[in-house]
Design a protein around this ligand. Structure first.
Ligand code: ADP
Length: 488
C-alpha cells in the first residue's frame, strides 16, 4: 500500500508547548502514525518555542490571510521531535506575553479568531498544494483552534475538486472557540456558513461547530465520550448536530507515549522500577515525602492529583473529603493551576496540614512525573472527561486511578469489585454517581484494598503491565483515513 500523507494541525505539541492532554497526543501521534505507514507532517502556529526548534529550513511559503495580512509559512524539521513541520511565522499574532490562548492576566487574546483561523486557513492552502513538493491526502485537525480547516477545505473543494479529506478530532467539546458575529466577515468564508447549518451558534460564530459541520470524519478521544456528546447532558448544545453526524463520528481511545511515560526509563524520576521489580516505587515515594516535608511513612496511602484546576475536574469532592482522608492516615500531593478560587483553597489547606498535604500551584512536568511515581492512588474525579491521560499515567506508574465513571475514565478503569478482582480485570476504583457519597465510598474501597497488601500489589502489577501504547489507536486512525479517502 502506498504511504498515506497526513498533515496534523494543532495549536500545541509536546514537548514544545503544552497546556494539557492535547499537546501529549499531538506530540505522540506523528510517530505512532509513521510506524503505522503514514508520512506525517505537522502545521503549527509560530509560537516562540516552536520557531526556535525549527531547523534545516527550506524556502518559506507566502500566504495572504483572509483579512489581507501577509505571512510566511516556514518549512523545516522540528529538532526535538525529528519531524517535518510547517510553522506560521506571524510574530504580530503569535509572539506575545502570556499563554497560547490567554494574555498574562488570563484573558483570551482579543484576536484569537484571527490567530486560529489563520492556522486552519494555512492547513486548507496546504491541502490545495501551497507546497508544490508535498501535498497531504488527509488534513487531521485538533480541537477548536484548528476546526476551521474543514470549512476552508469544504469551500475550496466546492471551487475545485480536492482529493484531500478532512478529519477533525474533538479533545474537549466544552472549549468551543466562540466569537462575536461581526468577526465572521474577517474569516473569508461564504455568507452561507454563518447559518444554523454552518457555524452560527446562538448568534455567535463557533469554530467548534464549523469543525463538526464540515469535517469528512469526526473523531473524539474515547468511545464513551463519543456516545455522551450525543446527549443533551454532555452535548454542550451541539448534541443535535452530533446526532445528525453520527454516521461519520467515532471514538478512538487516546494512548500513552511510552517513550515519555515509562517508570523503567524515566529520567525525571529518582528511581527506576517496573511491574517485575517494583522496589523503586517505594523509594520514589520516600524521596517525594522527604522533598515535600511530608511525614516519612511508607505505609501512608499517598494520593496524587496532577490537574488543571477547573470545575470540570471535580476537585471539590477531594476538598470536602480531605479531613476524613487525612484522619485515616492518608497523604495528598497536588500539582495544578487554573481557577484562582481553587488555587487559593488548596494553598490554604496545605498551610494548615504541612505534614500530610502538599500543594504546588503551577505547571511542572518533572513534578508531575514524580507524583505518578510516588503516589499509590491517582485521583481523577472529573465531572466529565473526554479521555483523560492522568489515569493512564497512573496505571503505567502503578498509582491506581480513582475515577468517576465517565468518558475515557469509564473506558480505562475497572473498579475493584470482588468479581473483577477475581477475574483479574480490576485496576482501580470507580464511582458511578457524581456525588460526595459515591466518591467517598470509592475512597473507602481504596483504603480497604490497601489494607490487603498482597492483593493491592497484585492489582498494581496488573495495572502496570496493561497495554496502553499507541499501536492500536494508530491502526484505527489509519483505517479511518482510508475509509474517508475511499468515500471521496
Ligand atoms: P486535560 O487535557 O483536560 O488537561 P488530560 O488528563 O487529558 O487532561 O491531560 C492532562 C495533561 O497535562 C497530562 O499530561 C498531565 O500530566 C498534564 N498536567 C496537568 N496539569 C499539570 C501541571 N500543573 N503540571 C504539569 N503537568 C500537568
Amino acid at each position: 500500500m502506498p504511504v498515506m500523507k497526513v498533515l496534523q494541525v494543532s495549536a500545541e505539541i509536546f514537548p514544545l508547548l503544552k497546556t494539557g492532554g492535547l499537546a501529549d497526543i499531538a506530540g505522540a501521534m506523528p510517530r505512532a502514525l509513521s510506524a503505522a505507514g503514514c508520512e506525517v507532517r505537522v502545521l503549527l502556529p509560530g509560537f516562540a518555542a516552536v520557531l526556535e526548534d525549527l531547523q534545516e529550513l527550506q524556502p518559506g511559503l507566502e500566504l495572504t490571510a483572509p483579512w489581507g495580512q501577509g505571512v510566511v509559512v516556514r518549512r523545516g524539521r522540528l529538532a526535538s521531535l525529528d519531524l517535518m513541520a510547517y510553522v506560521i511565522d506571524a510574530p504580530q499574532l503569535y509572539l506575545r506575553a502570556g499563554g497560547p490562548y490567554q494574555d498574562a492576566q488570563r484573558q483570551p487574546h482579543a484576536d484569537n479568531h484571527r490567530r486560529f483561523a489563520l492556522l486552519s486557513f494555512a492547513a486548507a492552502e496546504l491541502a490545495c498544494a501551497l507546497d508544490a513538493e508535498w501535498q497531504p491526502q488527509v488534513v487531521h485537525s485538533h480541537d477548536w483552534h484548528a476546526a476551521l480547516a474543514s470549512a476552508y477545505m469544504a469551500f475550496s473543494r466546492a471551487r475545485q475538486p480536492l482529493a484531500v479529506v478532512s478529519v477533525y478530532t474533538v479533545h474537549n467539546l466544552a472549549y468551543q472557540g466562540l466569537f462575536a458575529a461581526e468577526l465572521f466577515a474577517e474569516l473569508g468564508l461564504p455568507d452561507s456558513v454563518f447559518s444554523v447549518d454552518g457555524m452560527e451558534y446562538h448568534g455567535q460564530i463557533s469554530f467548534m461547530k464549523a469543525g463538526l459541520s464540515y469535517a469528512d470524519r469526526i473523531t473524539t478521544v474515547s468511545p464513551t465520550y463519543a456516545r455522551e456528546i450525543q446527549t443533551p447532558e454532555q452535548g454542550c448544545g451541539l448534541d443535535g448536530l452530533l446526532r445528525a453526524r453520527a454516521g461519520v463520528l467515532s471514538g478512538i481511545l487516546n494512548a500513552v507515549d511510552e517513550s515519555v511515560w515509562n517508570p523503567a526509563h524515566d529520567p525525571l524520576i529518582p528511581f527506576a522500577y517496573d511491574a517485575r521489580k517494583p522496589a523503586g516505587k517505594a523509594q520514589c515515594k520516600a524521596a517525594l515525602q522527604q522533598e515535600l516535608g511530608l511525614t516519612q511513612r511508607s505505609d501512608a496511602l499517598l494520593f496524587g492529583v496532577v490537574s488543571r484546576l477547573t470545575e470540570q475536574k471535580g476537585l471539590h469532592l477531594v476538598l470536602t473529603a480531605l479531613d476524613a482522608m487525612l484522619e485515616r492516615g492518608a497523604q495528598l500531593v497536588v500539582l495544578g493551576s487554573g481557577e484562582a478560587a481553587l488555587e487559593r483553597a488548596l494553598s490554604d489547606l496545605a498551610a494548615a496540614y504541612p505534614e500530610t498535604l502538599s500543594v504546588r500551584i503551577g505547571y511542572d512536568e518533572q513534578h508531575a512525573h514524580r507524583i505518578f511515581a510516588a503516589s499509590d492512588v491517582t485521583l481523577v474525579p472529573s465531572r466529565f472527561e473526554p479521555c483523560g491521560l492522568t489515569q493512564m499515567y497512573g496505571l503505567k506508574y502503578g498509582s491506581l486511578p480513582l475515577v468517576h465513571r465517565v468518558g475515557g475514565l469509564a473506558d480505562t478503569v475497572v473498579d475493584c469489585t470482588l468479581e473483577d478482582l477475581a477475574e483479574g480485570l480490576a485496576n482501580g476504583f470507580v464511582f458511578a454517581e457524581f456525588s460526595q457519597q459515591a466518591f467517598e465510598r470509592a475512597l473507602c474501597r481504596s483504603f480497604a484494598l490497601y489494607a490487603r497488601r498482597t492483593e493491592w500489589n497484585r492489582v498494581r502489577s496488573r495495572a502496570m503491565r496493561q497495554s496502553l501504547g499507541w499501536e492500536n489507536a494508530a491502526r484505527q486512525y489509519v483505517a479511518l483515513y482510508q475509509d474517508a479517502l475511499n468515500s471521496l
